[in-house]
Design a protein around this ligand. Structure first.
Ligand SMILES: Cc1cc2nc3c(=O)[nH]c(=O)nc-3n(C[C@H](O)[C@H](O)[C@H](O)COP(=O)(O)OP(=O)(O)OC[C@H]3O[C@@H](n4cnc5c(N)ncnc54)[C@H](O)[C@@H]3O)c2cc1C
Length: 460
């Protein structure tokens, strides 16, 4: 094992380079090494800081266990779990107007869990280059064939590989530094409006809270879309709280921190708690990349917009996408083929897994934005949305949410909202159908992507 060694001591040619050692990257690296590939994991953080990320830290039991089984790693374990999650509560400003949904999962210590996954990868033979910043992709012979890196106080260097997997989080450093001409179907932009800016704190209250087992989304009129402040029970006295929104249009200059503190003050006086950690971060809010490959490149996790646009649940999808990327890497390396055509199966795996749900979740987010907190409050107040209509596991089952919205039509007095909701249901169904019919080959992709983007246009 070559762990944390200097580049000069390392061979600079690999089967696979994985950029970023968050959940997507570590999962991709484990998936590759389980297949016997020679893989290097590159991260700008110090080894001991890897996994430390601003997060709500609520993860679904089902997804994390599925990913653990696929990767052959242990499930999240006691020292990594701060609390068990049993319920997701959607609430408005009025406490009585709420719905509680079974949501089985864990509040994890992301840093500890991330470190353990990293150590699992290193024990299996993954090489790590920490404190190494990836600057851009290297393109040779019309394919991504490596990366340019820079270590602290060192000159830029190139690393080469048969395949690169970009797991660099919202920055998407490889994806955004390749030219469109290499793969016109890959979205290679880094645009602020694709992300929600968040601020979150972990706080310790003076006394025990009454949210044991709960993750609460509290919808507030004064918070821009998606419009909630979250309170996740992270222990008997501890809460993980935060908010976030897209900083564009009229919200462009709003301070996320101020919005958070104003909302927070309605629930907990600053003198009743101590802040253990307070930091900002960005969550992707686009639907998953319709195409997450280019010749020699696979993109996974936040770099490919794999987080749920409504709930920000991105840890599980990142683990799954990383696993799939490693499987595809193994197949194409065996065949020694790295074209878009050869890698296409990866896109199909994403859309037959979480991709379709997340694509529809974006539609729900757009609709909530258009409804606004007041109309949502109305829906909850009239008990139009009931627990029995929603999922019995995981966070939100989107298909059920949309069937609920159908019922809402009967209750809404305003005809404009009625039209919006009806349109949402139709668009959601059409998106699900198109995801099921994801093109078998790249030559049908152009036509498919126009159809799916037109559906989103219908809502805007
Ligand atoms: C405020 C907030 C709350 C959230 N709440 C939840 C939640 O409750 N549940 C949930 O499941 N998800 C949540 N998420 C989302 C979740 O954190 C992400 O979806 C998940 O971490 C994505 O994993 P990733 O591996 O794709 O990226 P990341 O975890 O971001 O990892 C990317 C890695 O790449 C490295 N990197 C970046 N650029 C470079 C570069 N140029 N060179 C070298 N290395 C680089 C970084 O150092 C990092 O280690 C939340 C996110 C935020 C911001």
């Amino acid at each position: 094992m070559t762990d944390n060694s200097s580049i000069s001591n390392m061979k600079n040619h690999f089967d696979v380079i994985v950029v970023g050692a968050g959940p997507a990257g570590v999962s991709a690296a484990i998936s590759c090494i389980n297949n016997g590939l020679n893989v290097v994991l590159v991260d700008s953080k110090k080894k001991g800081k890897i996994g430390d990320k601003v997060c709500g830290e609520a993860i679904s039991k089902e997804t994390s266990h599925t990913a653990s089984d696929l990767l052959k790693v242990q499930y999240p374990r006691r020292d990594e779990i701060n609390a068990n999650v049993k319920e997701l509560v959607l609430q408005t400003a009025i406490d009585e107007d709420h719905i509680a949904l079974p949501a089985i999962g864990y509040m994890v210590d992301r840093h500890k869990y991330g470190q353990r996954l990293l150590h699992n990868a290193l024990e299996r033979g993954v090489k790590l280059l920490d404190q190494t910043k990836v600057i851009r992709a290297v393109i040779k012979e019309k394919k991504v064939s490596g990366i340019v890196i820079k270590k602290l106080n060192k000159k830029e260097e190139e690393l080469h590989s048969k395949l690169v997997i970009d797991c660099s989080g919202v920055r998407g450093i490889v994806r955004t530094t390749i030219d469109e001409s290499l793969e016109p179907f890959l979205y290679n932009k880094f645009t602020k409006s694709d992300y929600a800016s968040c601020y979150r704190e972990i706080i310790e209250l003076n006394k025990e809270h009454d949210l044991d087992g709960k993750i609460v989304l509290k919808y507030e009129k004064d918070i821009p879309s998606p419009g909630y402040i979250w309170f996740f029970a992270d222990g008997k006295k501890r809460l993980n709280c935060g908010t976030g929104f897209i900083k564009e249009g009229k919200n462009k200059d709003k301070s996320v921190k101020s919005v958070y503190f104003n909302a927070m003050a309605k629930y907990y006086h600053p003198e009743t708690y101590t802040v253990l950690d307070g930091r900002g971060g960005n969550v992707p809010i686009r639907p998953p990349l319709w195409n997450a490959i280019a010749p020699g490149l696979l993109v996974a996790g936040d770099a490919a917009f794999h987080a749920d646009p409504l709930t920000a649940e991105g840890h599980g999808p990142a683990l799954l996408a990383g696993f799939y990327a490693g499987q595809i890497a193994n197949e194409v390396i065996e065949r020694d083929e790295y074209s878009t055509q050869a890698l296409w199966e990866y896109n199909k795996l994403i859309f037959s897994s979480f991709g379709s749900d997340n694509a529809r979740s974006r539609i729900l987010t757009i609709t909530l934005e258009k409804l606004g907190a007041e109309n949502l409050e109305f829906l909850l107040k009239r008990k139009v949305i009931k627990q029995a209509d929603l999922t019995s596991e995981g966070i939100l089952k989107k298909s059920s949410v949309f069937s609920l919205l159908n019922r809402a039509i009967r209750c809404l007095p305003k005809i404009g909202l009625l039209v919006l909701i009806k349109r949402t249901i139709n668009v959601s169904k059409a998106v699900a159908k198109l995801c099921d019919e994801y093109p078998e080959t790249p030559d049908r992709f152009g036509e498919w992507v126009i159809k799916i983007e037109n559906l989103y246009e219908k809502l805007s």
